[in-house]
Design a protein around this ligand. Structure first.
Ligand SMILES: [Zn+2]
Ligand SMILES: [Zn+2]
Length: 345
């Protein structure tokens, strides 16, 4: 858990088993995914309210249901949305955009999250895992829901369609999920990575990327591929920045066609230099995406259950929570794609 504000200040601590209040459900955590956000919280680049247990990608079994909860019972296999509370009053809540609620409090940053044995959440956040979705796959529902939101409901993302040429930068978990959703929408996909992404780029190919490019080794290859793919070499219809690396953001700007779309999904943890003039010259539509909305969870679970999106393939590491530092290290040195934690009782 994050025990105090500032850089670092993450440690393993014994905490009491939480009690289940009316309207809430207690989940016995089976798997919890490590996410870039957790790393940003460690480095104090993402807001948190310590002391707080990290982890917002949770799959587990219902241990207890609170008073007044109907339709759910102990023993059910579930995952949970991440907003512990939203105000229900602001303009965003009232228009179904609770990811933008002005008073949103999420598990893993404001309220205790999933890197522990038990997590308590509002019953309305619960989604039952389909029978063919195990805990490993179920723990990836959250990142997939974020991707579904970015690709299907944000202004620049929403219009991806068959025949589009798409470029994705960053073959990490989010990039590889984006790849699969964009492929499912019928686009041709070029995946960009760097020297550290060797394994991840081959994984991208296995998961359906039409072209993969190591931009450090194959200078100019991306623009050449896109020139060949697009009418008159205009450029990509849509680009997705999933790496959270400044150079990737700059390169994607040069690969998008005029009137193309730029979707920002990765977080940088700092401000970056970006040639905003290109947004004017090319009349780009640029939008970002922030977490997910409830409808994206339903779609995410269906995509996993139908096998349209492979989530389990992305799980390269599993750690006991006591080895949390090793898990964070795999993220930092990019030796893995997705690391999952198992709680230790
Ligand atoms: Zn996440
Ligand atoms: Zn609100």
């Amino acid at each position: 858990m994050k025990v105090a504000p500032g850089v670092g200040n993450v440690e393993l601590r014994e905490i009491d088993e939480p009690t289940t209040q009316p309207g809430q459900v207690k989940i016995r955590v089976e798997r919890a995914g490590l996410c870039g956000t957790d790393l940003h919280i460690l480095k104090d680049e993402f807001r948190s309210w310590p002391p707080v247990v990290l982890g917002h990608e949770v799959a587990g079994e219902i241990a207890e249901v609170g008073e007044g909860v109907t339709g759910l019972q102990a023993g059910q296999r579930v995952t949970t949305e991440t907003y512990f509370s939203t105000c229900g009053q602001c303009r965003y809540c009232r228009s179904g955009q609770n990811n933008l609620c002005l008073n949103r409090r999420s598990i893993g940053s404001a309220v205790n999250g999933g890197f522990t044995q038990y997590v308590v959440v509002p019953a309305k956040n619960i989604h039952i895992l389909p029978d063919n979705v195990d805990y490993e796959a179920g723990a990836l529902t959250e990142p997939l829901a974020c991707v579904v939101h970015a690709v299907t409901t944000t202004p620049a993302g929403a219009s991806v369609s068959p025949g589009d040429v798409a470029v994705i930068a960053g073959p990490g978990a989010i990039g590889l999920l984006t790849l699969q959703v964009v492929k499912a929408a019928g686009a041709t996909v070029v995946m960009l990575g760097t020297d550290v992404d060797g394994k991840r780029l081959s994984m991208a190919r296995e998961l359906g990327a039409d072209y993969v490019v190591n931009v450090q080794q194959q200078d100019g290859a991306a623009s050449e591929i896109i020139r060949d793919l697009t009418d008159e070499g205009l450029g990509a219809d849509v680009v997705y920045e999933c790496s959270g690396a400044g150079p990737a953001a700059s390169q994607l700007l040069t690969l998008a066609r005029r009137r193309g779309r730029y979707v920002q999904i990765g977080l940088y943890g700092k401000s970056i230099a970006w040639d905003m003039d290109q947004v004017c010259f090319r009349e780009l539509t640029v939008t970002g995406s922030n977490a997910s909305i409830p409808s994206a969870w339903l779609k995410a679970l269906r995509l996993i259950s139908t096998g349209t999106v492979q989530t389990k393939a992305l799980v390269t590491h599993q750690f006991d929570i006591t080895d949390w530092e090793a898990a964070f290290a795999t993220f930092e040195d990019r030796t893995g794609v997705k690391a999952l934690f198992r709680p230790v009782g």
